[in-house]
Design a protein around this ligand. Structure first.
Ligand code: ADP
Length: 499
């Protein structure tokens, strides 16, 4: 029966309808105000849990705990090897309990189980990657030109207390991405998960304690963005904010961070171009273009939402993508055959269906989808059909604003026209795709697209060792790759007179 977990997946005990507490200074605690908020399954509307709602007071306690753990506690004095052991143990625990964590995310924000469970390799791989990096932090010895005998070298030191603010669209991966790297660098952390999907972050926090993380090194404070998140971004004892979310919130965070000039990295929105040339493997490209836009119901910052198709193949190719879209199974993510789950919330549903109206009003033609699904198993959740618009002009809102739903705008282009200008005519610069069999063309466009990642004949692949991040208003700083640790490190120069 749809909505029931498949037999091989154990329903996570954590989603037992009970009260989930905040993690502050090694203890599970109620919020100071006593406020709680309800956590709903977006596929069914059922209550999964109640969560203690932190505000500025709880954030302050958490920051104090993190500050103490950094300044006076064992963490910053621990040898890299010992930090590595804890991160490795945590990786083992995540590996052992990944089905449960994945199922929790599916229940909490709707992403199909096939996809959340498919994240095991990435989740565990990231933790092992960061664990490895703990013992590979290098400074430099530097030749200087000062007359006399002076040795100069650099030290890499953790920035201190990190405020990590994460979104709901891939919750356990977002947690690991930020917390794993910050801990590897020797920082302490206060994490604020998204109010739409806080469960896996709270569970992972408890698991880190089980792995041996000292009290106060990681604190998890659930709560509302404009309250708990804003308090964290503005807090004078936080040394750095690592944020993933919308561009508007990123700008807000940057303003709040000015008080103590804390360091900030921002991984924000996108409106990524996905370019299909007539010489591409069209079958592969159609499947790839569909999933680039519709995967995770389009709730992916790097989704390929502007599909540029070379004119001679435009009709045929859009037909192919529409066929893929119409064949996708939209439903409760617990069903293993589901390919697209619900949108995360009623607010998100309103936003996405609002864009259906915007696009129609602007004169775009609906090729497929464009509706909320309400029949049968869809009746209680926030489901929409994967949607393609054609006859879209570059200037329309549907072509320029981030929808964050399974919606793609298809444009045709002619050989020789200034495609690069059109592809880059966006305030964003997170991702891009190129589909062609011509290797020169592939390289040329990979260079020309102004974005942090370009995928050629594939889309949205991620790996712990490969950096990811934005150009332009998609933010700055890189996650993943050896580059990421530098985001959590200060560089200190040391001068030593040796004569
Ligand atoms: P989305 O629109 O995708 O939900 P947001 O940028 O609003 O993206 O949310 C991403 C994260 O930022 C969430 O954890 C949210 O609670 C938090 N957040 C929202 N508003 C603020 C704010 N003003 N200051 C700090 N964090 C915020």
């Amino acid at each position: 029966m749809s909505g029931e977990p498949t037999p091989s997946v154990t329903y996570p005990a954590y989603a037992d309808g009970g009260l989930k507490r905040l993690l502050i200074d090694g203890h599970l605690v109620d919020s100071r105000s006593g406020a709680t908020f309800e956590c709903l399954n977006p596929a069914t509307g059922e209550t999964l849990a109640w969560i203690c709602e932190g505000d500025a007071e709880d954030i302050d306690l958490a920051v104090r705990a993190a500050r103490h753990a950094f300044d006076d506690g064992p963490w910053s004095k621990m040898k890299p090897y010992d930090r590595q052991i804890i991160l490795s143990r945590f990786a083992d625990l995540v590996d052992a309990r990944h089905d449960e964590i994945a199922c929790l995310d599916t229940l909490d924000m709707g992403m199909p189980l096939v996809r959340t469970m498919g994240n095991r390799r990435r989740a565990v791989g990231m933790l092992r990657f960061y664990a490895g990096l703990t013992t590979a932090l290098l400074g430099d010895t530097i030749d200087n030109s000062i007359p006399g005998e002076y040795l100069t070298y650099s030290l890499k030191e953790p920035v201190g207390v990190v405020g990590a603010i994460i979104p709901w669209n891939n919750p356990h991966i977002a947690f690991i991405w930020k917390v794993g790297a910050a801990l590897a660098a020797g920082c302490t952390v206060v994490l604020k998960p998204a109010e739409e999907a806080s469960l896996s972050a709270l569970l992972l926090g408890e698991m880190l304690l089980e792995a041996g993380l000292p009290a106060g090194v990681l604190n998890v404070v659930a709560g509302r963005g404009e309250v708990a998140g804003a308090a964290l971004a503005a807090h004078a004892d936080v040394d750095k904010i690592a944020f993933t979310g919308s561009t508007a919130t990123g700008q807000e965070i940057l303003r709040s961070s000015a008080g103590n000039l804390k360091r900030v990295t921002l991984e924000l929105g996108g409106k990524s171009p996905n370019i299909v040339f007539a010489d591409a493997d069209l079958e592969r490209a159609a499947e790839g273009a569909a999933m680039a836009a519709f995967g995770n119901s389009g709730q992916v910052c790097s989704a390929g939402t502007r599909l540029f198709v070379e004119r001679p193949i435009f009709d045929e190719f859009v037909d192919r993508v529409a066929k893929v879209a119409e064949g996708l199974k939209v439903g409760n993510g617990l069903d293993r055959s589901t390919q697209l789950g619900p949108l995360v919330s009623s607010a998100q549903l309103e936003r996405v269906t609002g864009y259906f109206e915007v696009a129609r009003g602007e004169g775009a033609a609906l090729r497929t989808g464009g509706v909320r699904l309400t029949d049968g198993e869809h009746s209680k959740g926030y489901f929409v059909a994967p949607t393609i618009f054609t006859e879209v002009e570059d200037e329309m809102r549907i072509a320029s604003e981030e929808v964050f739903g399974p919606v793609v705008s298809a444009f045709s282009f002619d050989e020789g026209e200034d495609l690069v200008r059109r592809a880059n005519a966006t305030t964003f610069g997170l991702g891009g795709g190129v589909w062609t069999r011509d290797v020169s063309k592939a390289h040329r466009y990979a260079r020309a697209i102004r974005a942090g990642t370009v995928w050629v004949n594939c889309y949205n692949l991620m790996d712990p060792a490969v950096p990811f991040g934005g150009y332009k208003m998609s933010g700055y700083g890189r996650e993943g790759g050896v580059h990421q640790l530098d985001e959590f490190l200060n560089v200190k120069a040391v001068w030593l007179r040796t004569d």
